[in-house]
Design a binder for this molecule. Sequence first.
Ligand SMILES: *[C@@H]1O[C@H](CO)[C@@H](O)[C@H](O)[C@H]1NC(C)=O
Ligand SMILES: *[C@@H]1O[C@H](CO)[C@@H](O)[C@H](O)[C@H]1NC(C)=O
Ligand SMILES: *[C@@H]1O[C@H](CO)[C@@H](O)[C@H](O)[C@H]1NC(C)=O
Ligand SMILES: [Zn+2]
Length: 415
Amino acid sequence: MNKLLAAIFLALIDIVFSGDVVHYEGYKVYQIYPKTVAESEVLNNYEGDTNFDFWAKPRILAAPVDLMVAPTAQWSFEKDMESNGISYKLLIRNVEETIQAENVRLRAAPRVEPGEVTFTEFMRHDEINAYLQRLETQYPDIVQLEIIGQSFEGRNLTLIRISSGGANKPTIFADATIHAREWIAGSMALYIINQLVENPENAALYQDIDWAIIPVANPDGYEYTHTTERLWRKTRSTGTICYGVDPNRNFDFEWMVAGASSWQCSDVYGGYAPFSEPETGALRDYLLAHKDNIKLYLAIHSYGRYLIFPWGYTNALPDDNDLLVAVAERVNSAIVAVGGTNYTIGTSTNVLGLAAGCSDDYAKGGAGINLSYCVELPGGGNAGFNPPATSIQEIVQETWEGFKAYHQYIQETFV
Ligand SMILES: *[C@@H]1O[C@H](CO)[C@@H](O)[C@H](O)[C@H]1NC(C)=O
Ligand SMILES: *[C@@H]1O[C@H](CO)[C@@H](O)[C@H](O)[C@H]1NC(C)=O
Ligand SMILES: *[C@@H]1O[C@H](CO)[C@@H](O)[C@H](O)[C@H]1NC(C)=O
Ligand SMILES: [Zn+2]
């Protein structure tokens, strides 16, 4: 059966059984180590094929690529690697087992009290909103919630604004979990919020600078990863064959020019039109309405250990590449100084490969926010897509040092 028919067939099964939990029995995750550009290009052949799902796909050589492969494609994949002399190892033997182990643990874990926050578990969308609402009630002088729109399925897109008051102050904007399965990104956003609002030691960080943060930018997809399909990445809008659009290929800046798919069932489907998704449209509207104040745009993703910035649509460097590198180096140094992750810094295209229609390209090229980054948090390993919940605390604590360094630069430059 050719790939297209196979994909349509799988998509139909998905629709027939929608509502049922999606399983990954026999799916394997390989870690691959391409050593040359030619070896790297062999891997590109799998892009867009629904038997293959890149969990981490750096373009720089020497960094490992994590690739999930469906059972029917494993034999030919291994042959392909061997005939091309590309070294690889098995990272996860059976993805379903790792997901089931995570589910068992999640079911046994106590849920967070309404209105509270936790960094030892991944939280659900309603729990996150309850926490934000509690903060607004308890800290009315500094916290304001704004519903910037509704998702396709009608969930609130909640933004929290943290400010000491006054209008038109320099603002740091961050969104997280626009890719549904990247749970650690949501924990990171919540930790920033928690540290700013509830840790008095950090009160200076919102005196001159406002923060605007959306912890769950794709709530439909996020909930779907909890209830039905752990590895879902896209939105949940209905297509004619498959569900969902990759929101991070749906922004209208050089939309679809490279590194995005026009095939609905692809995980990097750019949509039938730019901003076809209410979630991306709401982000655009907020960014455009506040672009004169927003001095720094941060898209929080996982996983990778990359501090990347535009462009994603071309391998050309932005005019202010040196500045973007210098600020990223300050951020990385702050994280490394506490014994944290040493990030790779560079443009999206040069570090990860072409990907047009991303939010950070739009923030810079479309909304004119010069300082625009995508933070790819650590994750992965053999525990599944996300780091285990026991690692959340360590990751968010070390990365918070980096966010403080971003703040320091904005404070020095714009206040
Ligand atoms: C969305 O937010 C509004 C305003 O806070 C609230 O009244 C409504 O109940 C929320 N909707 C959902 C689905 O949570
Ligand atoms: C971080 O990575 C860079 C580039 O690979 C390297 O030069 C540097 O020594 C590393 N720093 C630490 C603390 O490992
Ligand atoms: C953004 O960068 C451009 C070109 O480097 C510069 O002219 C402009 O003033 C910058 N905008 C802001 C708000 O700093
Ligand atoms: Zn992502």
